[in-house]
Every structure is written in C-alpha cells, then in structure tokens.
Ligand binder design. Structure first.
Ligand code: SAM
Length: 202
C-alpha cells in the first residue's frame, strides 16, 4: 500500500493563526465575488480547500461546496469548522490527480494550491470536464517567485506561475472569457509575493 505523506501535518493546527494569510484569502474571495454572482442553487468545488479559508467566504452564496484536499490534517480542521458553514459541505480527502470524480460543478474555485500540482494542463483538462456548460473557474496562485515563499517544502512543483503562461494553458484547454490579474500580495519579512486570480468559464 502506498503511504502518502501529509505535507501539511506540521502546520494545519496553526495555519489560520497567520493573519496575513487569512487576509490574503479574504482578498481572493473578494476578487472572486466581484467577478461572479453565485446563486443558492449552485454546487461548486474548492480544490485544495485546506482548512476552508476560501470555502467559508464563498459558502453564504452557494448551495453546496465539495472540498477536495488530500491532507488529513488540514481536512480535520475543516471538518470541525464546517459544521458552522452556511451551505452544505462535502469533503473528499483525495489527491485530485489520482482519482476520477463523477460530479459536475457550476464553478471550481482554488486558492494557493495549484503550485502543488505537477502537470497544470492535465489539471485544467480535468477541471474543464468537471464543469457544467458555462461553468466558471476562479483560480488564485502565486506569481513567479524565487523559491523563498515556502520555508519548508510542502510538495511544491512550481515557484509561482507567469500570468500569461497560466492563462494560455486555460485557453488551450477551451476556457473562455479569461481574465487574470493581481488580486493580493502576500507579505513576508523578506519579501512581497503577488498572487493572481484567473477567472473564466467553460
Ligand atoms: C497552501 S494550502 C491552501 C489551502 C487553502 N486553499 C487556502 O488558501 O488557505 C494547499 C492545499 O492544497 C492541498 N493539495 C495540494 N495538492 C493537492 C492534490 N493534488 N489534491 C488534493 N489536494 C491537494 C494540500 O493538501 C493543502 O491543504
């Protein structure tokens, strides 16, 4: 049996104590809510939901959020918190690159997770097939950085993404009405790390 490493086990319980982190996710959520109007009959996915920082911001606007995250320690925190969320929550504790999902979603949102996935084109193809026609994507992640953003390797495949490159992968896969812009800046003692939000639809 494959023993999978939980890269976030050492930080899950303190993850939300960093107010800069929670502030950045709140800014990402504001950016998403400026672009899209959700409705209370919609079912969306939060990819790499972690402890649910983004999930909780979007929960008041949709019917259901499926939270996909392979870290047991992060989803344990989410499981406890989500009892108070204002929409239905389903947690799938899985590695998205290793499973087949049969649901269809009205939107896929994600914050600070895609740099943990090796093949972005395959991931975007999977997102495309998981969306209803017209379904939306709102994906936030790091702009190119020098490798110092993570002090500990939590399973990082990309030191951020060039915005044009990232948008073009989505375009090649078939997404439309794409827009990418800096939505917040993660400030650390040794530098500033801009974060973009890519929005579009199937
Ligand atoms: C930096 S955290 C971001 C959590 C949350 N979205 C936020 O912004 O606070 C990245 C999360 O993505 C999850 N993750 C990374 N790669 C994944 C994969 N292939 N499938 C499922 N979850 C993944 C990790 O377990 C981790 O909880």
């Amino acid at each position: 049996m494959e023993i999978k490493k939980d890269h976030f086990a050492f930080k899950a319980n303190d993850y939300e104590k960093d107010v800069r982190r929670t502030g950045n996710v709140a800014n990402i959520a504001d950016g998403i809510l400026k672009e899209f109007t959700f409705t209370k009959d919609q079912h969306i996915m939060d990819f790499g939901s972690g402890t649910g920082l983004l999930t909780q911001e979007i929960a008041p606007y949709v019917q259901k959020i499926t939270c996909i995250d392979m870290s047991k320690s992060m989803t344990d925190v989410l499981r406890e918190k989500s009892k108070d969320f204002t929409c239905q929550i389903e947690i799938k504790e899985v590695d998205i690159t290793k499973i087949q999902i049969d649901d269809k979603y009205d939107a896929i949102i994600s914050s600070m997770t895609i740099h943990h996935v090796k093949d972005i084109k395959i991931l975007f193809k999977q997102f495309y097939s998981l969306l209803e026609v017209g379904g939306k994507i709102a994906l936030a992640d790091l702009e190119p950085e020098d490798g110092t953003f993570h002090s500990v390797d939590t399973g990082v495949f990309h030191f951020g993404f060039d915005k044009d490159w990232f948008l073009n992968i989505a375009l090649e896969v078939g997404f439309k009405n794409l827009k990418i812009e800096t939505v917040t800046v993660a400030k650390k003692p040794y530098g500033n790390f801009p974060i973009f939000l890519l929005t579009g639809n199937k």
